[in-house]
Design a protein around this ligand. Sequence first.
Ligand code: ADP
Ligand code: ZN
Length: 727
Amino acid sequence: MKSELNNPHNYLGKYFGYETFRPLQYEIIENVLNENDCLVLMPTGGGKSLCFQIPALMKEGVAVVISPLIALMKDQVEALKANGIEADFLNSTQNYGEQNEILKKAESGNLKLLYIAPERLLANNDLELIKSLNVSLFAIDESHCISAWGHDFRPEYRKLDILKKTFPDIPVMALTATADKVTRRDICRQLGIPNAREFITSFDRPNISLTVLPGRNRMKQIQDFLKSRPNQSGIIYCLSRKGTESVAEGLVKMGFKADFYHAGCTAEDRSRVQEQFINDDLQIIVATVAFGMGIDKSNVRWVIHYNMPGNVEGFYQEIGRAGRDSAKSDTLLFYSYGDIIQRKRMIDDSEMPEEQKEVLNAKLERMRQYAEAQHCRRKILLSYFNQDLESDCGNCDVCKNPRSGFDGTVLAQKALSAIARAEEKVAMGMLIDILRGSRNQQVLRNNYDKLSTFGVGADLKFEIWADYISQMLNLGVMEIAYDEGHAFKLSEVSWQILKGKRKVELANFISFDERKAIREAESAPAKQQKDFFKNELFEKLRILRKEIADSAGIPPYVLFHDSTLLEMANEKPIMASQMLAVSGVGELKMKKYGFTFLKAIQEYMGELEKSEVPAEIIKEIKPKRVKGQTTTETQLFFNMGMSVEEIAQERNLSVATIAGHLVKLKEDGADIDLRKLTDDWTLDEVKKAIEATRFQSNSPLKVLFDHLGEQIGYDRIRIALAVLGES
Ligand code: ADP
Ligand code: ZN
């Protein structure tokens, strides 16, 4: 029994329904159990919370978690409670009475985790509040807030050094998703934990796909993207408040459930929109960067950047809000030269000191390199965080559709000579019009239609030229004068190309439709068929989840993550043991919801069997019943604390059969306490009967049954014999 309580793995399965730890989680937990301090650096969605939640469950007393975001606190506590863990929070939204009640609960040892906002913890500058508690550990979430070097400095975090000073023996865990070396060192210094061990996991999030699309016809492209994703939650980030409003309006007109969110909305509107989004009542949030901090919603299936962010850190954090449940998720970035120009202008026109402008421009440049990448985008992204990916990721648009190259020297010469003849006064749009021979007003007014280069590139569509010219800019074929209306300028390199002394290699253009077609062709028919049934069942389970979540008053993703539902739809468990094997189904959730989902899946399979779907296909998708599983199934229910009668009812078997299973399991060495199934009176009666009849282990049970006047059933006699045999 002791070893079971000492093993973090058992807690992982029992409370969270997960099979294996993610990298470093186990090591971190062990470190805390050994009473050592540590600093944990993991990306958003990496699984930081488990690192303090499991030690909190395993250690005596209550774990105090410092968290700056009230919304996040509430979310985490809700999710913990849904897993059957005693947790609560203290913050300024509660009145005195409520807070007192929670504290009492913590004092009496009935709480495993207590979340506190830093200002609440340090009110009156004393720690009286927690001195009366038996604290098992301190976890400081978002710990970069303590450092002025971090990106979100909060002065109230500075006072947290008092924790280690007051409680030198209690382990402190600092957790963060963003901290460079300097910030990390600062965090440990500020918290007074200079010897803290550092645990840093990879920043890779392989379940998130990366795609960059040319920033034209964005609404149409979004519409196409959404068509294949009905009911999937997502976020669209825009640069401006106005942008969010107009994109949301456009989506609503197209028939989508969308709303906007920015710092200019009233607090009421913001919390309404957020609440609807969290509860799956609103599919799409169109927002500025004001949205997302502290949103724990795990089933955000996609993130779109309508405009390009100004730096890689921000971009990575925003796309990181997709797929926290590890299920497949998609991200799209729209990119156009115009975005770079707009961003650059914002920086250059601001009142900032020159050095800071330089830093921001350099960061913008890194973002541009990402958007224009000709090789694996994830490699570029991770290299930004000083991480090396060994091979290409296979889950970005460049990896999926590597572009073939071609000799683009002639195209470059056409573009360059048009620039020269237009006296280096034209920007992207006009240059393409000249090349394609468009007779629009602007062209005519400037007499560009008289140029010898007018129409030399009429064979290529506008979007193709735009793509090639972007590539040329990237290669330094020409330059751009931001202070002259972004007119193109010729450089030394340009002249070399014009004179035929230098070649230009371009990557072939691939349109959005072509990319889509390639993707669709990739999935074979058999897989498509299987996918169809998976999706149909997923949809049914999703609706069931929403119904149960609404009546329980919790967000659907707290009930089960999307990844859990997907696994159910994929594996189609029809037995409880199969259901418990699904990642994310712990014991409490199995008891509370598992059976309802099990029935829904059984029903779905039943309907399929009655339908016209060919039997071979059903056989293909149906899970196999495992032989000899029946006693294991009983053991599982029993371990979950169900009585023999309840198990019999749930399994549609007789009480005697279930009792038989349990005795057999016990005889086979399973850890089952049969005492719970009997009582002293029965044991006494059976004992007397054994003596009176000189009962032997090989005598028929009927001897005892008859002697006891048929008062005690065979199942109860078997159990009593097993218990008596032990003692
Ligand atoms: P973070 O705090 O690092 O942003 P969370 O702790 O919220 O991330 O974890 C992100 C998601 O991953 C949660 O839904 C969590 O339940 C899940 N998760 C954490 N650890 C595991 C694991 N070992 N196996 C499966 N899922 C996990
Ligand atoms: Zn890649």
